[in-house]
Ligand binder design. Structure first.
Ligand code: GLN
Length: 313
């Protein structure tokens, strides 16, 4: 008797229905006022398989603030621009600290542990900015997202950007501190302006899952045929997502989900099942580490049902 392949469509449908019913939904990020008013009742999921087929459910077409998920794409751009020289100004080790932690930076002389904690992502943004005006750098990041998702309608939510610009005191502190070590090349307000705006890009699960395809398929988007990065670079970006994509919750995410993933405080998670699929989920309520509470639970259910963990079924 042949074993039937697990049915993706029913898995996605059932998981979405289950998540809508959950009572314990986590807390929205309140330190960015504009994100504090998002409805925790939302849940969306989109999966793009190796044939480019999209399976989606729930609030999968509603744009949300991608926040730190943008850091995967800025890392990709910065590596394209400066190559391995990037690793002179940022490390690639898990931090074991919260995303906005300051303490580690002093011991490590202004060099952030990895490109996904705030300090590291700000350095990455600074590298993209060098030699350009902030507006040009931001335009490049946005166009890159549109190109990857094959969708020109993707835009920046200016309210979210302004909201964070008004209240992002910790990021200002982190950036000034790194500047004192000579790690930041551009004026602090320019670098942060670009950073806050790329965090404020709004995308739906469907758009985000489309944009993540190159990471699932050795650097190439199998649908458009566009080669985005070399296979080796895709593999390495995935490894950083696995080790660092969920801050001090990265171990738990690897243990439960078993896929490279990147979260954002808007409640989104992008996860990559190499050779199989690019997955985006969105549930605005967060856990204590600032990662989507139901997003993680949904991905755990999905990888278990589909046998997608990179560590084996
Ligand atoms: N823009 C947010 C910040 O800098 C991103 C944090 C996140 O998504 N974890 O605080």
């Amino acid at each position: 008797m042949t074993k039937h392949a697990p049915d993706l469509a029913s898995a996605v449908r059932e998981i979405a229905a289950e998540m809508k019913e959950k009572r314990d939904r986590g807390e929205v990020a309140s330190y960015i006022p504009e994100l504090a008013c998002v409805d925790t009742g939302k849940f969306g999921i989109a999966v793009v398989d190796a044939d480019g087929e999209v399976t989606a459910a729930g609030d999968c077409d509603e744009p949300f603030s991608i926040q730190s998920i943008s850091k995967v794409f800025t890392l990709t751009l910065a590596l394209g621009k400066v190559g391995d020289r990037l690793w002179r100004v940022v490390g690639r080790e898990p931090s074991g600290s919260p995303f906005n932690s300051i303490v580690q930076l002093e011991r490590e002389r202004g060099i952030p542990r990895n490109p996904f904690i705030n300090a590291g992502a700000i350095v990455v943004t600074d590298q993209i900015l060098s030699g350009h005006q902030p507006r040009e750098a931001l335009g490049e990041i946005l166009r890159f997202m549109q190109f990857l998702a094959n969708d020109d309608s993707i835009s920046i939510d200016e309210h979210v950007a302004a909201s964070e610009q008004r209240t992002g005191f910790r990021n200002v502190a982190l950036t000034n501190y790194m500047k004192s070590f000579g790690v930041i090349e551009n004026p602090v307000e320019y670098t942060l302006g670009v950073y806050f705006h790329h965090c404020a890009i709004a995308m739906s699960c469907r758009q985000l899952a489309m944009a993540g395809q190159f990471l699932a398929h050795l650097g190439r988007n199998p649908i458009t045929g566009h080669s985005v990065v070399q296979p080796e670079r895709a593999r390495r970006i995935n490894s950083i997502m696995m080790m660092c994509g969920h801050y001090d919750g990265s171990g738990e995410f690897a243990y439960r989900v078993g896929l490279p993933g990147k979260s954002g405080v808007g409640g989104g998670i992008l996860a990559v099942a190499p050779g199989k699929a690019s997955v985006a989920v969105w549930a605005p309520g967060l856990d204590a580490n600032g990662n989507s509470h139901l997003g993680r639970i949904a991905l755990e259910a999905l990888t278990r049902r589909m046998g997608w963990s990179v560590f084996g079924a």
